[in-house]
Design a protein. Structure first.
Ligand SMILES: Cc1cc2nc3c(=O)[nH]c(=O)nc-3n(C[C@H](O)[C@H](O)[C@H](O)COP(=O)(O)OP(=O)(O)OC[C@H]3O[C@@H](n4cnc5c(N)ncnc54)[C@H](O)[C@@H]3O)c2cc1C
Ligand code: SF4
Lengths: 330, 809
């Protein structure tokens, strides 16, 4: 591993100011993603290797879970995935999020990996994670996946770059209509997670709207409306310790088996967590059964544009939408 | 019928690297070639094997024994090479080629050399042309794969060394390259190395038996398919590592190795030193699976940088370094065809195998190994086998828990299943009908033993095959998205043979303790425990009297490689013979002592040794004596006379190779899978392997070997895939996230059962297990997937992509 400078931040403002000072600085939370990135020497014309790491674990009061029935859930960005998954408040009120938080990686990674880091983690495209591929996302002028090995790549909304968003918690948070609290040079602001992630056409060098010197500080999830049910499912090759081939988070208010309102969000299929609005529209007001769910799945996946090796993911996505949606009424 | 002509094209041993010769020995090819060359075997009736004693008569053999080293290992007190840190040690990092094929046009290390903390740098300019690691360049001037070493830096720590690598400026001239072996074999394909005439390496491997055309003409049923198996990585827990130190002209090297003596021998020869001046130590080896059998560039990098800097250096490869520099289980593309009579009798086999050799493997031997099982498992009068190796710009092909046989067995045993359906036969019955129980048709040598029939029948009844497999009418009959099915395969393997060198020493000391001196790696077998059991049983000693030496070329003899599933049979044979020698001497001491104490003549043959006690069989009133009593007495009987003797006993053995038998191991495997037809995910839900191990030496560790083998075999079948990007020649699944090893949740209940066929040459009738345990999985899983979901998968791994694509086809 190459050498880097290491700062311990004392406050969000301190971290933001230090980030502003160094062009190639990066935040380190649990370090489970960012250190791997540096070890693998992943750098390119638009993606310099971090030479400064700013540790935000040293900022006081950044790891917490607060729940109350009117304000909803507040998660400090530095809360570990394990803590989120094991919280009884989360389990009781947001089962989809609890499942999503226990789904990434292994217990040891979840014990250090933070919810903020999980949302902000970089994609796993194996060309991106290989040192010798100067692709678009590293500031180069080529996407190796288009003519190369793309069995794990995007089936929806790929253009320029065909990564899939790797986070398990992000689809769950979007399905629950959560909001990000962000600190930047001009102070704090709120961004709904629905608008937090950006595709390659907007900016291929990053995956979120956050600027270099902006930090995710807190995650806020509104209290669940009456009759809300939520679920998270994930299809992997191995039983555990595997990124999603396809994942899905669904949260909906269901009364007497009828879908009142809700969200369907897919992971592992597109460069951002994919909000399946076509599915949501197809489900709205319907009594949920396998046929209705299948219609929702089909409406979503007519838009799929699989690459040379990943058409199988369309089948998985279709089947898992049906499974997840029908599970809410079974 | 005219006498069928039958031959195997012999390998050219002169042209082989030491590494390749090692494999030829391990894979039984050397035995076969020798037998073929010598013509008719010396005797057609095999020498009678000593009748095995019933298990109950053994005091130690056959009883479950924990690894004698287990406590040290789990408490962190055992010294693996990764634990070796020396005073003043420097750390090495290596710059590796980003291109699959290129020529270096310039290389400038001056900036790196000027970095504080950097003590030495080597590039190809510092390496004499003859200094190679096998065929691998220590430092490449014409890199022939992504990851070939370009420059090595020794510095005060790894971070400084890596910063230094970044300051090295290399200019390359890119050359054409080839990744795919089928494309590479075509004329006009880019050459993988500029000095090659063709990527096809050496003459084809060829076996002809009978007349294959006539055979197929006479067949009632013919089946064929094409099988593509992937590159697989070993992923030993301990990475490849070498720590080197020079004391004047003596080089000491600690390395994680399966064969210290070969490392010492080859490092010495390569550096032009006497063998006696290179000392190699591998006290414990954290896994190898075939990839730690040879000298690799990293060994020589460590030796040369230690010499250059006059300080000890340590080069611990990163996982990516291991993936690049190590040798892999290699991709093989096989076309295979079988012909049967209506009643299931096999009449013809034709198979063609193309192996991807990578940049630095040579010959058709590896392709030949994939065809070995097909040649020997069943009685087939007409055979035509062809194999070739194709040199490519990928990491080298090599030994990996079966070399090529796992791929060959996958091709054969899935096709046997296809045939069984076409013939309307139970796949178990089809195998039973065709087993070759006689011997090797080409060398004409009889088997040392063949327990395949028992493996199959015992397994079928233990697995309840007759009720779990419900006939071919019930393929894909499950309702719902989760389909369950069972599958079966049989297995014959040339691994697990007794092969030279086989030497050992057994010492009995004044205090009665016994030390086995041997140089085999302790690598999970656990070999030292096996040797202790064998020596204890032979001597009549208690297991706690035993200790076994750690591999260190300064103190042990060359016991041979721990690979090819040979340690129990080969090293074990030597240990047994040395223990017999020591026992004979011990009885001499004991007879002298009894004679003296009783004032009458006692002969060694009057004595019995059990549980560490030597007793007079002819007179139970005489109190038995201990080993210590005997050795301490200081006299032995020579020609009936008492003669003073040293207070230590040294038994030794150099065991000759086996020339009168052909050696094979056998197994049957029964697997149950669950196929999710909505997601394509396959889970193994039940696994049973039944192995002919000749004789069970230690049931506990044998079972462990089957567990490990089944897990690795299932990974080979379902998830592990070392994928190259063909456009750039760069491997993409070169990390442990994308290279998918199974996790413990993926492991079902595994049942290990054993058949004792009493091998004619193994110690106590034992033979090997390591590789067969790995091979006895993939075909059974593929057959089970077919039974569950009606899809035949002939490419590995059988991942969701392949499952869903097949379901749609
Ligand atoms: C082998 C492996 C398997 C994995 N499998 C999965 C999986 O299946 N599903 C899944 O969802 N994840 C998976 N992960 C990702 C894992 O969950 C993340 O690595 C982890 O959650 C990141 O948290 P961290 O605190 O360690 O982040 P770090 O590594 O410290 O940071 C990650 C990135 O986010 C940035 N960052 C961190 N915190 C903030 C913040 N508050 N504001 C702004 N930027 C920030 C960092 O600068 C860095 O770029 C896997 C990781 C590994 C190594
Ligand atoms: S998909 Fe994106 S990250 Fe991957 S190679 Fe293409 S541009 Fe790079």
């Amino acid at each position: 591993m190459r050498s880097f400078k290491y700062y311990t931040a004392t406050s969000w403002e301190d971290a933001v100011a230090t980030l502003g000072k160094y062009k190639n600085a990066q935040i380190v939370a649990g370090g489970s993603d960012v250190l791997g990135w540096i070890k693998d020497e992943l750098t390119g014309p638009g993606a310099p290797l971090a030479d400064v790491l700013i540790d935000i674990r040293t900022i006081p009061n950044t790891s917490y879970i607060n729940y109350d029935a009117t304000a909803g859930l507040k998660l400090g960005a530095l809360t570990t995935l394990t803590t989120v998954a094991e919280s009884s408040d989360v389990q009781k009120n947001y089962p989809g999020l609890a499942t999503a938080a226990v789904s990434p990686a292994s217990p040891s990674i979840r014990n250090v990996g933070t919810i903020g880091g999980n949302i902000m983690q970089r994609p796993r495209c194996w060309y991106l994670r290989g040192a010798n591929f100067p692709c678009y996302k590293k500031g180069g002028d080529f996407c190796f996946s288009v003519t190369g090995e793309n069995q794990y790549h995007a089936i929806l909304q790929g253009e320029l770059c065909y990564i899939v968003h790797p986070s398990d918690t992000a689809p769950a948070l979007i399905s629950l209509n959560a909001t990000a609290n962000v600190m930047g040079p001009n102070g704090a602001k709120q961004i709904p997670f629905d608008q937090f992630f950006i595709g390659p056409r907007t900016n291929v060098l990053k995956e979120t709207v956050l600027e270099h010197n902006e930090i995710l500080t807190e995650i806020v999830v509104p209290p669940p409306a009456a009759n809300t049910k939520s679920v998270f499912m994930k299809v992997t090759q191995r039983g555990v310790y595997d990124f999603a081939l396809v994942s899905i988070a669904v949260a909906a208010q269901i009364v007497n088996g009828v879908w009142q309102d809700g969200r369907v969000v897919l992971g592992g299929v597109a460069p951002t967590p994919y909000r399946a609005t076509d599915a949501e529209a197809a489900l709205k007001g319907k009594k949920i059964d396998a046929n209705v769910a299948l219609q929702a799945a089909q409406d979503t996946l007519v838009k799929a544009r699989p690459m040379s090796q990943n058409a199988y993911k369309v089948d998985i996505a279709k089947n898992i939408i049906v499974q997840a949606v029908t599970s809410l009424v079974s | 019928m005219p006498a069928a002509k039958s031959y195997v094209t012999p390998l050219d041993y002169e042209k082989m690297t030491p590494e390749e010769r090692e494999w030829a020995v391990l894979t039984g090819r050397a035995d076969l070639d020798r037998a073929m060359k010598e013509g008719t075997p010396r005797s057609t009736t095999p020498p009678a094997s000593p009748p095995a004693q019933p298990s109950a008569d053994y005091a130690v053999v056959g009883k479950p024994q924990k690894d004698l080293e287990g406590y040290r290992i789990v408490t962190g007190k055992s010294t693996f090479t990764v634990d070796v840190y020396l005073p003043d040690m420097l750390y090495v990092r290596v710059l590796r080629s980003p291109l699959p094929h290129a020529k270096i046009t310039s290389i400038d290390t001056s900036k790196a050399a000027a970095l504080p903390g950097v003590y030495g740098i080597i590039t190809y300019k510092d390496i004499p042309a003859q200094v190679l690691a096998g065929l691998k360049p220590v430092m490449a001037s014409e890199p022939a794969l992504v990851g070939d070493p370009i420059a090595a830096v020794a510095a005060v720590d790894e971070t400084v060394a890596e910063d230094a690598l970044n300051l090295i400026n290399v200019q390359y001239q890119q050359l054409p390259f080839i990744v795919d072996p089928i494309a590479g074999a075509k004329s006009g394909a880019p050459l993988a190395l500029s000095n090659l005439q063709s990527n096809v390496s050496g003459p084809d491997f060829k076996v002809v038996r009978g007349d294959v055309n006539q055979g197929f003409a006479s067949a009632d049923v013919t089946v064929e398919h094409t099988v593509n198996t992937q590159d697989q990585q070993h992923v030993a827990l301990e990475p490849h590592i070498a720590v080197a130190r020079w004391d004047n002209d003596v080089l000491t090297m600690w390395t994680s190795s399966q064969y210290t003596h070969a490392i010492a021998r080859i490092v010495a020869a390569t550096l032009g030193m006497p063998y006696s001046k290179v000392r190699v130590i591998s006290a414990f080896t954290g896994g190898g699976f075939g990839d730690k059998t040879a000298v690799y560039p990293y060994h020589l990098v460590a030796a040369l940088l230690a010499k250059k800097t006059m300080r000890p250096v340590r080069y611990e490869l990163t996982r990516l370094d291991v993936f690049y520099e190590g040798s892999h289980h290699f991709q093989v593309v096989q076309d295979i065809k079988l012909g049967f009579k209506k009643d299931g009798t096999l009449v013809a086999l034709q198979a063609d195998s193309t192996a991807r050799l990578g940049a630095y493997s040579r010959g058709s031997g590896l392709a030949g190994d994939t065809l070995s099982g097909a040649r020997l498992e069943y009685n087939i009068p007409n055979i035509l086998l062809n194999g070739r190796g194709v040199i490519t710009n990928t990491s080298s092909a090599g030994a990996r828990r079966s070399v090529g046989e796992a791929s060959g067995m996958f091709a054969l045993e899935t096709l046997m299943d296809v045939a069984a359906e076409k013939l309307g036969m139970d796949p178990v019955d089809l195998r039973l009908k065709n087993i070759n129980e006689t011997g090797d048709p080409e060398s004409k040598l009889p088997w040392t033993s063949n327990g395949l029939r028992d493996c199959i029948t015992n397994g079928a009844s233990a697995f309840n095959w007759k009720s779990r497999w419900q006939g071919w009418a019930n393929v894909n009959k499950g309702a719902g998205p989760l389909k369950t099915g069972v599958g079966f395969m049989a297995l014959a393997s040339n691994k697990g043979s007794k092969s030279p060198p086989m030497t050992a020493v057994v010492e009995i000391n004044v205090d009665g303790s016994v030390r086995v001196v041997q140089g085999a790696a302790h690598i999970g077998g656990p070999q030292r425990t096996t040797f202790a059991i064998i020596a204890a049983e032979t001597l009549g000693a208690n297991l706690d009297q035993l200790s076994v030496s750690e591999p260190d070329t300064a103190f042990t003899t060359d016991t041979g490689i721990v690979a090819g599933s040979r340690a129990t049979k080969s090293v074990g044979s030597a240990v047994k013979a040395a223990a017999e020698d020591a026992r004979a001497q011990l009885l001499g001491y004991a007879a002298a002592k009894f004679s003296k104490d009783l004032s009458r003549t006692v002969n060694p043959q009057d004595l019995a040794v059990t549980n560490g006690q030597i007793s007079l069989q002819t007179d139970s009133s005489v109190k038995p004596i201990t080993f210590a009593d005997a050795v301490n007495s200081g006299f032995i009987i020579v020609d009936g006379q008492q003669v003073p003797a040293a207070a230590t006993i040294i038994g030794r053995a150099v065991v000759p190779p086996v020339t009168q038998y052909a050696q094979q191991t056998y197994a049957a495997a029964f697997y149950e899978v669950q196929v999710n037809v909505q997601t394509g995910v396959v889970r193994v839900t039940d696994a049973m392997q039944i192995h002919d191990v000749g004789k069970v030496i230690n049931p506990l560790q044998l079972t462990n070997q089957v567990h490990g083998g089944s897990v690795q075999g299932t990974g080979f079948a379902l998830t592990e895939d070392y994928i190259y990007d063909t456009a750039t020649g760069i491997p993409v699944s070169s990390n442990l996230d994308d290279y998918k090893m199974l996790m413990i949740n993926d492991v079902p209940k595994i049942t290990a059962l054993f058949v004792e066929s009493n091998d004619a040459v193994g110690p106590f009738g034992a033979k090997g297990i390591g590789e067969p345990a790995f091979m006895a999985a993939a075909a059974a899983i593929s057959n089970a997937i077919y039974y569950a979901a009606g899809i035949r998968l002939t490419s590995l791994p059988m991942n969701p992509k392949r499952v869903l694509e097949a379901l749609k086809a």
